[in-house]
Design a protein around this ligand. Structure first.
Ligand code: FE2
Length: 259
């Protein structure tokens, strides 16, 4: 089974890359399941119900979130209507879910879990214990298990990879918007990468207009952060998994550049 995970879709440039390239990528790589982090799909901050529908319509089956998932207030009441939109499971919030259980087009049962790190991030419940609870609640018949760990610190993400090795198909990092070159299949069969990277404008500071961010660093005065536009790229990983065991056999980093 081939699973494509698309890193943080940022603003209009990110959504355009999905609209223009996902179908080709999915057919050329024989992809069975597409998952994407979409918490920055709306102008770089949050996601709206309309954009959830747009991304699901483009062929993404499950959308994961993170610290920005709450940015647009209309999303709060939309959560109960769309189980394929996730928020980190270890948020104390009672809105939305942190896990989605589905069946792929090829008839394979799968689960997508969303967690958020605690190092240099908001105070949430422990993501490691949250992972234990989510996994305990999954039926044994569900072998394909994908975790999006939305986190800042590389150490916390690497630790989660080792913690879940053998228990899930993949632990994939999001949030920093910077792709890392450490993709590998861990010894007990879990595919791992510290950060998939951003699907959005790379002529920027992690998606935002670079001049505004540089000024902020120079002056420490808060400024308006607008989404950048140029050098759009789609960042993703392709995971090949054995449906009988749920183990990953291969992980490949993918970057598609826009025109
Ligand atoms: Fe984030």
């Amino acid at each position: 089974m081939n699973i494509l995970f698309i890193g943080d879709i940022f603003g209009n440039p990110g959504r355009k890359m999905v609209a223009n390239h996902l179908a080709d990528l999915a057919s050329s790589r024989a992809v069975d399941l597409v998952i994407a982090n979409g918490e920055n799909a709306a102008g770089g901050f949050g996601i709206t119900p309309r954009l959830v529908q747009e991304l699901l319509g483009a062929g993404i089956e499950v959308i994961t979130g993170g610290n920005h998932i709450w940015d647009r207030k209309e999303i709060l009441e939309f959560f109960p209507k769309e189980p394929r939109l996730l928020r980190p499971a270890n948020y104390p919030a009672a809105i939305g879910e942190g896990v989605y259980k589905g069946v792929s087009k090829g008839g394979v049962e799968y689960a997508v879990m969303n967690l958020q790190g605690r190092v240099f991030m908001a105070n949430t419940d422990c993501p490691f214990r949250a992972a234990d609870r989510l996994l305990e609640a999954l039926p044994a018949s569900c072998k394909i298990r994908i975790v999006d760990l939305h986190a800042e610190a590389t150490s916390e993400k690497v630790a989660m990879g080792w913690y879940l090795d053998s228990r899930v198909t993949a632990v994939l990092g999001t949030h920093t918007h910077v792709p890392t070159a450490d993709e590998r299949v861990l010894p007990k069969g879990t595919a791992y990468i510290t950060d998939v990277g951003m699907t959005g404008p790379y002529d920027s500071v992690i998606g935002v207009n670079k001049e505004a961010i540089i000024q902020r660093f120079l002056t420490q005065i808060p400024a308006r952060f607008d989404a950048a536009e140029n050098d759009a790229r789609l960042a993703a990983v392709l995971i090949e998994a054995d449906v009988e065991t749920g183990r990953a056999t291969r992980i490949e980093r993918i970057q598609v550049r826009g025109d």
